[in-house]
Design a protein around this ligand. Structure first.
Ligand SMILES: O=C[C@H](O)COP(=O)(O)O
Length: 250
């Protein structure tokens, strides 16, 4: 049985002080233990969030990481630094990083390996653009991204990895995928993992849907057999809405 994961991706939103207020609201909420709840915050808010959320069962994640441990990489943050700050998860290969910061399948793979080696849980984002969807290339694009991201991982490492299927056209647009279309792609991702590893690994790996998920539509995604939660941007910025999403995922 796969445990659903609801991860909030705050993107470039919230100061440390704002994160602390958000955490205070989360701590008051009755969150179901059957759901893994994670907040992926900007680097500067991570220490405060870790301090607030340690012991609550709510995880804290970063939104990016460098694949080297240390060195002359101005502006970057490494896996050991995140671990030392008490961070547990890291989003890797979000489409915004692929589009605006030259993230490639190769750097995504290096980052996934570095994260797993250093004890972080990677949330690896894959998904097609609108043009690729219209050209009927969704499965080809997603298969290539999944295979590249997971190249060289052991079965145990793959089982720990979370895949987030995020069609680029659904991100921040208010136009979510239909649950049926998202299920079809998530099921295809699971098959891709089975082909690359084996069926047991594929059965255990968790696959989220992301793209305009809100309290109003989360149910339709959660009830799909191959969707194990959601990666949520806009609707994770409000504590009340994030709490509703976590409660709906049980
Ligand atoms: O990482 C989250 C996704 O980019 C989805 O963002 P959104 O929920 O604002 O569409």
């Amino acid at each position: 049985m796969r445990k659903p994961v609801i991860a909030g991706n705050w993107k470039m939103h919230k100061t440390a002080e704002e994160a602390v207020s958000f955490a205070a609201e989360l701590k008051q909420a009755d969150l179901p233990g059957e759901v893994e709840a994670v907040i992926c915050a900007p680097f500067l808010a991570l220490p405060a969030l870790v301090e607030e959320l340690t012991g609550t069962g709510i995880g804290v994640g970063a939104q990016n990481v460098h694949f080297e441990q240390q060195g002359a990489f101005t502006g970057e943050v490494s896996v050991p630094m995140l671990k030392a700050a008490g961070v547990t998860y890291v989003i890797i290969g979000h489409s915004e990083r692929r589009a605006y910061f030259a993230e490639t399948d190769e750097t995504v793979n290096k980052k996934v390996k570095a994260a797993l080696n250093g004890g972080l849980i990677p949330i690896v984002c894959v998904g097609e653009t609108l043009e690729e969807r219209e050209n009927d290339q969704t499965k080809e694009v997603v298969r290539k991204q999944v295979k590249a991201a997971s190249a060289g991982l052991s079965s145990d490492e793959m089982k720990k990895t979370i895949i987030a299927y995020e069609p680029v056209w659904a991100i921040g647009t208010g136009k979510a995928s239909t649950a049926e279309d998202a299920e079809e792609v998530c099921s295809f991702i699971r098959k891709t993992v089975a082909d690359q590893f084996d069926q047991q690994v594929a059965n255990e790996v968790r696959i989220q849907y992301g793209g305009s998920v809100k309290p109003e539509n989360i149910d339709s995604f959660i009830k799909q057999p191959n969707i194990d939660g959601a990666l949520v941007g806009g609707a994770s910025l409000n504590a009340g809405s994030f709490i509703q999403l976590v409660q709906a995922a049980k």
